[in-house]
Design a protein. Structure first.
Length: 266
């Protein structure tokens, strides 16, 4: 582990990117990374599996770091990131308002660097099969009620920007689909892999709910790091984001991803 950490620090020092005083202490404590405590297939699952966890495991090995993963409600995860309780939070899409609570990977021009993403997900609209609610790529059609979304998720801003009212009283995606089933919301916005996973796992919901074909929005998701961690260890923070890019594109991760997606859904 010590050799891997020293190697990373040396590379960044020789590159002239950051000063030596910014290096992370070799053999330091584990980085505490929080994530949402709900199934989000295939990225994180309640049983401890998921592609984000596998990807970060490869990063951990490559850099000789130790990650401690903590599952908890997303709003508490972000609040803990802001306080510095957690060194990182994943997987977070970009919201300008979150810049006050932590850091995203940025390029040399100070712009969000999508190459350092953990993954990309598509948001989709779900409706009851007897509903005509739709999305044409520009606006919602035949909508006269609220669209349900998970609380504190970035898609809420997108929905409101397109003139719809949002119900974000639920943090549980299964409960959100139950709300849709019982008519408490007119539609629901979920990451499509997550929504499709739930419909496959719950045939009684699949019998009455369907996905609108045209996607709402495609988003990249990142590991955010705390202001405190980046301030104390900017070299290692940059190395972690760089390694995420390398490992995400690596043959080893591609094999892991194909095997996970081909296997039975947990």
């Amino acid at each position: 582990m010590a050799k891997a950490l020293l190697g990373v620090v040396l590379v960044y020092l020789l590159s002239g990117v950051l000063p030596a005083a910014a290096a992370v202490p070799v053999g330091g404590p584990a980085l505490k990374l929080c994530y949402e405590d709900q199934d989000s297939y295939p990225w994180v699952m309640n049983d401890g599996s998921g592609l984000n966890l596998q990807l970060l495991g490869l990063v951990e090995q490559a850099l000789g770091l130790r990650f401690e993963f903590v599952a908890l409600p997303w709003s508490r995860c972000l609040a803990g990131l802001e306080r510095g309780t957690y060194d990182g939070a994943f997987a977070s899409s970009y919201k300008a308002g979150r810049l006050a609570i932590g850091r995203y990977p940025m390029d040399t021009d100070g712009r969000l660097d999508e190459r350092k993403r953990l993954h990309t997900s598509i948001y989709a609209l779900y409706r009851r099969k007897d509903s005509q609610v739709g999305w044409n790529g520009r606006e919602f059609r035949q909508l006269d009620g609220r669209i349900g979304s998970l609380s504190d998720f970035s898609i809420v801003d997108f929905i409101r920007e397109h003139g719809a009212e949002v119900d974000e009283t639920s943090r549980d995606p299964l409960a959100l689909l139950q709300m849709l089933r019982h008519g408490r919301v007119q539609a629901a916005a979920l990451q499509s892999l997550r929504g499709d996973f739930l419909l496959q796992a719950h045939p009684q919901l699949a019998a009455v709910i369907e996905k609108v074909k045209l996607p709402l929005e495609e988003k990249a998701y990142y590991l955010m790091l705390s202001n405190a961690y980046v301030g104390a260890h900017p070299i290692m923070a940059a190395a972690i984001w760089d390694e995420i890019e390398r490992q995400r594109e690596s043959p080893q991760y591609q094999v892991l991803m194909q095997a996970f997606l081909a296997g039975p859904i947990p």
